[in-house]
Design a protein around this ligand. Structure first.
Ligand code: UFG
Length: 323
């Protein structure tokens, strides 16, 4: 297949690009490099620098690539920022994403795979979370992702577009070549690694009075290569709808810090801070549907292995990407 990857210079986009190329597919990466990195674009991929907001540039790139499928990763992802600047999120994650749908329709692209999120569920009532759980986002980020899922579904019903929306839980880990390098960094594992190397003085634990065994929030950390595998399976599948991607297990903030300590062997100064607004105590995926429908088989079920891959990438890229 030739796959057009919007956002292929970002964290999950670059790892998925690498995975598809390793599996014999051709990839065109389309990325504005606002948050992505030029160095994260796999050298085997075609690269077009462009923004989804520019419909003519996007249309030309899709027409040139004539892809069999499109994967859409090109979204803003910071929950906190979305609370401060909601229109930034709706403009890019909804309005600009509609341009991608338009380009897919105009060029007869069969399938779109969309990078969605557990944030569509808001504060879930039942654990583990299945796809049928009520979708009640509590921030514009989650709402923008849910809105685009619905747009894809209407395109499916009325225009015959095939689509799969993949709702990731906490993406983590790295490949040999590609890893996580956000500016600013807000995600737990990279921040804990920065505390381990002394790049930051300590890691703040946002709340230790949650209703969990050790009082800190628990999340379902899923390896980025397992996410990549699911994207390829979704492209190959005729299934249309939304699927959760997680391991079905949970690790607390303290367990993550302990895992990083074990893997890197450094002391990690920790400080307890107030709760971060909007954090549910626990998020765990029920991914039975993705396993059954796509034949998805996650390979990394153990937090230490996930952290080891992230730590190995960080040692090779101590300051992240250079460009
Ligand atoms: N945390 C800390 N200290 C930090 C950073 C994070 O204690 O310095 C805690 C958070 O409070 C949370 C956990 O670590 O309990 C994980 O936090 P992340 O920011 O790494 O991830 P989130 O679970 O908040 O968010 C992730 C994705 C979002 C997505 C969300 C879905 O990054 O894009 O899951 O629920 F929206």
């Amino acid at each position: 297949m030739h796959v057009f990857i919007a956002g292929g210079a970002g964290y999950i986009g670059s790892c998925t690009t690498e995975y598809l190329l390793d599996h014999g597919h051709q990839v065109t990466v389309f990325d504005a490099l606002l948050n992505g990195h030029r160095q994260a674009v796999d050298p085997r991929a075609n690269f077009v620098k462009g923004n989804l907001a520019e419909l003519d540039v996007l249309e030309a790139a899709v027409e040139q690539a004539r892809p069999d499928g499109i994967i859409h990763f090109a979204a803003f992802i910071e929950v906190g920022e979305s609370m401060k600047d909601p229109l930034k999120y709706f403009r890019n994650n909804v309005a600009n994403a509609i341009n991608l749908c338009q380009a897919a329709a105009d060029n007869g692209v069969r399938k779109v795979v969309f990078s969605s999120t557990a944030a569509v569920y808001g504060m879930p009532r039942h654990l583990p979370i299945a796809e049928q759980e009520p979708k009640q986002p509590i921030n514009p980020y989650g709402e923008s992702k849910l809105m685009f899922e619905k747009i894809l579904d209407w395109q499916h019903q009325l225009r015959g577009l095939q689509y799969t929306a993949l709702r990731y839980f906490n993406a983590a880990g790295a490949t040999q070549a590609h890893g996580e390098d956000h500016h600013p960094e807000t995600h737990l594992i990279p921040l804990v690694m920065q505390a381990a190397t002394g790049e930051r003085r300590q890691i703040f634990i946002y709340g230790d009075d949650y209703d969990t065994p050790d009082g800190t929030c628990s999340r379902d950390y899923i390896h980025v290569l397992d996410l990549a595998q699911a994207h390829l399976l979704a492209l190959e599948s005729d299934y249309c709808g939304s699927l959760n991607l997680g391991t079905g297990g949970g690790n607390s903030v303290k367990q993550v810090i302990d895992a990083v300590r074990r893997v890197c062997g450094h002391d990690i100064p920790v400080e307890i801070a107030p709760r971060r607004p909007g954090d549910p105590a626990r998020l765990v995926a029920d991914s039975a549907a993705a396993k059954r429908i796509l034949g998805w088989k996650p390979q990394f079920e153990n937090l230490d292995a996930i952290v080891e891959s992230a730590w190995a990438w960080k040692q090779r890229h101590p300051h992240g990407y250079q460009e």
